[in-house]
Design a protein around this ligand. Structure first.
Ligand code: MRU
Length: 316
């Protein structure tokens, strides 16, 4: 991600410490969160200091490197942080194997992250195919550098289109309750990419009015049957895109694909604290006594997906 014109990654490892851009503080404040032990990495993932499937996988890879002398204990702590994103489990398994084979754990984690960044870069190149000049793209949540260490998934082709002078425009849905849309707006703003923030409920009517050329989102897990599990609210966008004849694309690296699970309904969907819904910041907005339900992700059935943009091309 560009910060004041300088390229900065969402996380990096130096001198035995994992440094993470604290996403709970953005866009208001830029702060770096430091993890010196694998347990701190697990806490950072659970508390969403680092978030987005590929980025939590990358953090977990370094967490495994930090706890490499006791890999079983470390992997179970990291696996127990968030249940939905496939990349987390993929990264932990990758590191378990590397440690078992006697590889240097920090070097293995570095390799994992460099490969991930390269995949995201290639997603950008492949995704350019679905973008024309002046495309109006709607996205949801944050599938940018912050969610993937660098480039992003959904934002990677948009970034490339911008650098080629294609002048993309992005509708950014705010993504209640944790407002990851503000992270997307922040990233786009840093790069000078034209965008406007909308409330989640505005998506459908903008599509109906012909103000959206395509929807482009990331994914937390894609099943072998092609169902897409992503931030809650993605399903609505997919159905409304279908209804309005708007193409609905998903961008994700192969590490997000789960070959062992066929149906989206078999993916564990994280439910977070109801306070995230009942409060806005520190202020309770819900009436006393009302309770909330807070599922974090939803399932978009494969039939609504026009294509999945991966590092190897566009599938479906
Ligand atoms: O709860 P979050 O913010 O970790 O959810 C993230 C998403 O849903 C992203 O869209 C997904 O991880 C893809 S990011 C490349």
């Amino acid at each position: 991600v560009k910060i004041n014109g300088k390229d900065v990654r969402a996380l990096w490892f130096s001198n035995g410490t994992l440094k993470i851009i604290d996403q709970t503080k953005l866009p208001k404040r830029f702060k770096v969160y430091e993890c010196k032990k694998y347990r701190a990495v697990a806490r950072a993932i659970r508390g969403m200091v680092v978030r987005g499937g590929p980025a939590i996988g990358a953090a977990a890879a370094y967490g495994m490197a930090m706890g490499a002398e006791r890999p079983k204990r470390t992997s179970s702590a990291l696996r127990n942080t968030r249940p939905t994103a496939r990349d987390l489990f993929y990264a932990v398994s990758y590191m378990e194997e590397a440690i078992e084979e006697g590889k240097n754990p920090v070097e293995a984690a570095d390799r994992y992250v460099e490969a991930l960044i390269d995949r995201c870069k290639r997603i950008g190149v492949n995704g350019l195919e679905v973008l024309g000049p002046h495309s109006k793209i709607m996205t949801h949540c944050n599938a940018g550098s912050l969610a993937t260490v660098d480039y992003g998934t959904a934002l990677s082709p948009i970034r490339l289109a911008h650098s080629k002078g294609l002048e993309p425009f992005v509708w950014v849905s705010e993504t209640r309750p944790r407002l990851q849309g503000m992270l997307t707006a922040w990233e786009l703003g840093q790069e000078g990419i034209s965008h406007q923030i909308i409330v989640d409920g505005a998506s459908g009517d903008l599509m109906r009015r012909g103000e959206v050329d395509l929807v482009l989102v990331g994914a937390d897990r894609i099943t072998s049957g092609g169902d897409v599990v992503n931030k809650v609210g993605t399903y609505e966008k997919a159905v409304l895109a279908h209804e309005n004849g708007v193409p609905f694309y998903v961008a994700a690296p192969k590490s997000t694909f789960d070959p062992e699970t066929e149906r989206g309904d078999d993916v564990p969907i994280e439910e977070r604290d109801e306070k995230e819904v009942l409060f806005v910041g520190k202020r309770r907005v819900a009436p006393k006594g009302s309770r909330a339900r807070n599922p974090c992700f939803d399932v978009t059935p494969a039939r609504y997906v026009s294509g999945v943009i991966t590092e190897d091309g566009i599938t479906q």
